[in-house]
Design a protein around this ligand. Structure first.
Ligand code: ZN
Length: 153
């Protein structure tokens, strides 16, 4: 378990899990795939940024729940992140398996969030798999010359 994971308390963990499941139900717009995803991102400011995947008919402009939550947070000036929870499954029923962030989201999250940030992949409230961001994308790419996540050039 990483340092960030140890700092994430039981109450925060429960709230993240509950919030990503709720975000999947309320905030997802899976008009193409029928696969609903929910994400809850805990900012260092203590706020939760929740989102669902939003699909557009042209498909290309569609965006994952994880990046929507991150961009919500960044646009609200949150630049410090503590943990992410994500869940997904067919829109017409409860999740039947664990859903992990896609490769694009992993790379984008690693630009702005600490590599040891916990990522909780939720199937049900009592069934959670925990990774760190760096475990999900080992040897991730960083822009040469940058030393911090999200640092402006
Ligand atoms: Zn994604």
């Amino acid at each position: 378990m990483s340092g960030s994971a140890e700092r994430l308390g039981a109450a925060a963990r429960r709230e993240l899990v509950r919030s990503c499941l709720e975000a999947r139900r309320l905030r997802s717009r899976p008009v193409i795939s029928g696969y609903s995803v929910g994400a809850a991102l805990l900012g260092g400011d203590g706020r939760l940024y929740c989102a669902g995947n939003i699909e557009c008919w042209g498909q290309t402009p569609s965006i994952c729940a994880e990046r929507t939550a991150l961009f919500k947070a960044l646009s609200e000036l949150c630049t410090d992140f503590a943990a992410l929870a994500v869940c997904g499954g067919p829109a017409d029923r409860e999740p039947e398996d664990f859903c992990t962030p896609c490769g694009v989201c992993r790379q984008v999250l690693l630009q702005f969030c600490p590599p040891d940030m916990p990522v909780l992949c939720v199937k049900r409230p009592q069934e959670v798999r925990e990774y760190t961001l760096a475990q999900l994308l080992p040897d991730y790419w960083t822009r040469p010359g940058t030393s911090q996540q999200g640092e402006h050039p």
